[in-house]
Design a protein around this ligand. Structure first.
Ligand code: ADP
Ligand code: I22
Length: 478
């Protein structure tokens, strides 16, 4: 009997890397089983490489992300890794990093378990980066795209570097998201390949013609040489140029996907499902009918945007900048305060105690608008706390109000009534911030008048694997 095919899925998130192994299971209703999964925090936050970008810069050290990736994959069962026939990759969208062609990494051959390590690469400037002011964005040429531009989008960051650090750009000849970089290194691609999901997240990309706004960008001196070639999601980018840990050389690698689309792909069992993802960020997505085309002129004040999905279809997405990162900011603040008071407390202890306290505090009048990062459609709406009374100041009250505020803020961007009008009948959730937080789950169930089911915390990794698994299944059909 033929060995069942095993597919590896990877998600390079803002806070953690996730990996999952899928195996064909004809007897299972879904047709597959998840054999194993692994999560590794990246702890990759780094100082801005360009001083002029501070303090709004949000950059990550690519070496730490790749170290977490190698550790994550190495922790999976070796006998299963040897059977991997295909790799699906997803990751945090919008961000951009740079490298030198054919010098982007070094394979540590000869060791028991070969891995790749970044060489001649820049930091990753992430989707949370705030270096592009509104005045700077207004100075950029009008894109021909259905998505508004925003700080943290790859093309905006490159325009910023062109103006403020032109020498920096001259030292690189390749650019992509972190997950485009991983695919390019695994396959030894001379030029990065990008799916339209990630190209759209950079800006200046027309999803109808599937082309960059080349004329607009060239006319403004943009280094178009850095723009990756774009292809359809679910297509094959290449094959591994080396053995990677126990994964054989020559293994098929899919073009990298957006983490949101990969999460939706693994969670959305039918088109009437809405998918709620709470990870570092938070998104609520619903599928649009096939043939739907978004208006070509975006409304920057609109809280819902349309993201390319698969087979030229779109997702309607409320993408808030304030998700799990708000809780992480609160925890970091408490740890800092306690350090100033001479106390040393682990972040993990604070998370567990605050969630425990809020679980005991089933309601509160304290009201928190959690938008510490503003929103793309409301950049001036920063966070606020109202209805503060001396009786509502416990850790439980504040944590309950924070979790409620995060969910209510997203709900205000895409209300249940709109979901009902679109025919949504159920909410399926995903993301580690949700799967690890009973209070957030309670607030999701409170906010949405639909049945709510809770996914795993490796949904995007499972989704990335599933895309390649189902692609190959279709290829085998007679
Ligand atoms: N120990 C913990 N307990 C509960 N929630 C946590 C804990 N550590 C981190 N988190 C939450 O998980 C979020 C990160 O989720 P994750 O899925 O790893 O993000 P991403 O996919 O964006 O990398 C953090 O922003 C934080 O809100
Ligand atoms: O900001 C948006 C969309 O504009 C999000 O959907 C975007 O995909 C995510 O924030 C990034 O991909 C980061 O995802 P994650 O690290 O929070 O999982």
């Amino acid at each position: 009997m033929a060995t069942p095919a095993v597919t590896l899925g990877i998600d390079l998130g803002t806070t953690s890397v996730k990996a999952a192994l899928l195996e064909a299971a004809p007897g299972d209703p879904s047709g597959f089983v998840v054999l194993a999964s692994c999560v590794r925090a990246t702890r990759a936050e780094a100082e801005a490489q360009s001083a002029a970008a501070a303090p709004q810069a949000r950059e990550q050290d690519v070496s730490r992300i790749i170290q977490a990736l190698n550790e994550c994959v190495a922790a999976l069962p070796q006998q299963e890794l040897r059977k991997v026939c295909s790799i699906g990759v997803s990751g945090q969208m919008h961000g951009v990093m740079f490298w030198k062609t054919n010098q982007g990494c070094e394979w540590t051959e000869g060791r028991a378990a070969p891995v790749f390590q970044p060489r001649a690469v820049s930091h990753l400037v992430t989707w949370q980066d705030g270096r592009c002011s509104r005045a700077f964005l207004a100075s950029l040429p009008q894109p021909e795209s259905h998505l508004s531009m925003a700080t943290g989008f790859g093309c905006a960051t490159i325009f910023w570097l062109l103006k403020n650090s032109p020498e920096f750009l001259k030292s690189y000849d390749a650019a992509g998201t972190i997950h485009d970089y991983v695919v390019a290194m695994l396959c030894g691609l001379p030029r990065p390949l990008m799916s339209d999901q990630n190209a759209a997240s950079w800006g200046y990309f027309n999803t109808q013609s599937q082309t960059w706004n080349m004329e607009i960008l060239r006319a403004s001196g943009f280094p178009v040489r850095l723009l990756p070639d774009v292809t359809q999601p679910a297509s094959v980018a290449g094959r591994t140029s080396h053995a990677w840990l126990e994964i054989p050389k020559g293994t098929q690698v899919g073009v990298a996907l957006g983490d949101l689309q990969a999460s939706v792909y693994s969670c959305m069992a039918q088109r009437t499902d809405a998918v709620l993802n709470i990870s570092t960020s938070i998104q609520l997505a619903a599928s649009m009918p096939s043939g739907f085309q978004p208006a070509q002129t975006p409304d920057p004040a609109a809280p819902v945007a349309y993201f390319p999905y698969f087979d030229r279809t779109y997702l309607a997405v409320a993408a808030s900048l304030n998700g799990g990162n708000v809780l992480a900011t609160f925890v970091h603040m408490l740890v800092q305060w306690m350090a100033e008071l001479g106390l040393e407390v682990e972040e993990s202890t604070v998370y567990s105690r605050m969630i425990q306290a809020a679980a005991q505090q089933t309601d509160t009048c304290l009201t928190i608008t959690p938008t510490v990062l503003g929103e793309r459609h409301l950049p001036d709406q920063l966070a606020s706390v109202t209805r503060i009374s001396s009786s509502d100041l416990s850790l439980g009250h504040v944590t309950r109000a924070l979790c409620r505020g995060i969910v209510q803020n997203l709900h205000s961007m895409l209300p249940s009534q709109q979901l009902q009008e679109w025919g949504v009948e159920r909410v399926v959730s995903s993301g580690s911030a949700l799967s690890r937080n009973e209070v957030l789950k309670q607030e999701v169930q409170r906010a949405f008048p639909f049945p709510v089911s809770f996914g795993q915390d490796v949904d995007a990794a499972v989704g990335a694997a599933l895309v390649m698994f189902q692609r190959n299944l279709k290829q085998e059909e007679p």
